[in-house]
Design a protein around this ligand. Sequence first.
Ligand SMILES: [Zn+2]
Length: 400
Amino acid sequence: MTLTPLQKVTTFCLILMIIVLSGLAFMRFIMMPRIDKSMNEVIAHTPYRVSDQAAKLHTSLNIADLHADTLLWQRNPERRHQRGHTDLPRLREGQVALQIFTTVTKSPPDLNYEKNNADKDDITALAIAQMWPPRTWKSIFARAHYQAERLKKIAHNDPDFYLIRTRQDLSRTITKRRNNKNIIAGILGMEGAHPLEGKIENLGTLYDAGFRVIGLQHFFDNELGGSLHGISGDGHGISGDGLTPFGRAVIAWANSHHMIIDVAHSSHKVVKQTLEASIKPLIVSHTGFAGHCPSRRNIPDELIRQITQKGGLIGVGFWGDVICDPSPKGIALALQYGVNNFGVDHIALGSDFDGTVQTALDASELAAITQELLTLGMDEETIAKIMGENAIAFFQNNLP
Ligand SMILES: [Zn+2]
């Protein structure tokens, strides 16, 4: 049988389509879960010992965490997974009452804490491999918007998960939680404000989509100013550029709309200038303390002190680069350093779960931290504050 030219073209197109679709399915269902698992690794360990006293205390707490990048990964957070750090079932096992879900939208290849330029981006490939909608392949704004839609869908499907937009939403949800420990409050945050694509009107659209926390920078300098890991200024974010006029306009807009400003990845100069420009307290959603664990990733204690003196909140990360020892004991020691040096009211958890970091525990194992805080001799009231009440109070005071 001879094929007509039209049949030849049709057959070729069909074969090509099958190859492309098989390739995409391979990426989506085989490669991506592997990449996710290796990038968001939990260090193998025997189960952590939690005493009856620690377990009882932990169950009575409202745990809050200021930073998780779960929405970046194409696993459904409504179900429990064997990979990554967190999902709703594991948050519930960990007694989490409030979780900030941050959206990562652009990330340079060869990510490092010293020096990254903004030219290249890995999230484009990730968006395609995970079969995100085509609009997200090119637009950073669309990526933030798409991840917000994902969280809204979760809130729609899960009757005990609430997307929080106002302080009343949060108070109501935490009150309801007294009778139903399954209840989780979620707040949307962006990791770096590049999704604004330099336009203040995009901030309004993202605010309407539910965003209430705005991280100014991520790993590279952006339209708002210098990153802690960018190339501006002397070529190192540390003394890199400060705020641009657009950055200042964003701060004013955020202040007037009760959007919370996060300087977790900002250059020292941006942190200083934001402290001066913002009339509202700042957060550092995921960090360690340079005085406790000297690291390029940790801003100086003096800047942390200025942030806390103005009512700010510091989220202590769970990964080794920022606390030097990522074990539950290491996390407890970093929290204790924070309490001793910056005051009991200003310290919180900032896990960076699912943020391409390696941790010693996942969200279901947070009681191990409560155990270690008790072992350090910390009193129960202080533990309750740093494990969640400080963060809940901060958002109750600073949300719209
Ligand atoms: Zn981060």
